[in-house]
Design a protein around this ligand. Sequence first.
Ligand SMILES: [Zn+2]
Length: 217
Amino acid sequence: MRLRVGMPRRLIVVAPHPDDETIGAYALMCRLRRRGVAVKVVVLTDGAASHPNSLRWPRRRLTAERRRESRRVLRQIGVAANDVTFLNLPDGCLHRHTVPARRGLARALGHGGPALVAVSAASDAHPDHRSAAICASTLRRPGLRVLAYPVWPAGSRPAGARALLLTAQERLAKRHAVRRYRTQAGRITDDPQGFVMTPAQIATFTRPCELFLDGRR
Ligand SMILES: [Zn+2]
């Protein structure tokens, strides 16, 4: 089934880690920005857990670079640095920091009229992604619509999800954007336990559609 986005006044994308906004909702953000809709992104955690043992990429360097990667990709699709908020909560244990996460989301949502929120799905395999979904589920505003996007396991298709079909050009742009998160795509080589997005994962993250579970209220 196709996703109908309608004409929201604004979109807030909630990313558990700096890259989920692009994996989950790149085309959604692009399209709404092109239509002049205000788009904000809230990144909940600092992303430090992707490479905890790298000597060349200690925590501060890694987290700063991950923020830069998000900002760079978002700037290119018309989301200015001012509209990207990093809450810098500890990566990997968001469930212990839901109070500041919820407060940060409520602040980003503000009171500017009906909004569309896109957040990682409650069924996601990553615990931070599930915590993000729980935090977003507590938001209350008139006319609020919450869409949930799947990330892990890569390629998952939750039952009942609606599809936003990507044009060939959007798909290509998304693949390029996902690869620009280079700390996650092989740039860091001195941490054997570090995370590296495989080519197969990049391929599934840039499949011909973005999927969203529609929690319309
Ligand atoms: Zn993530």
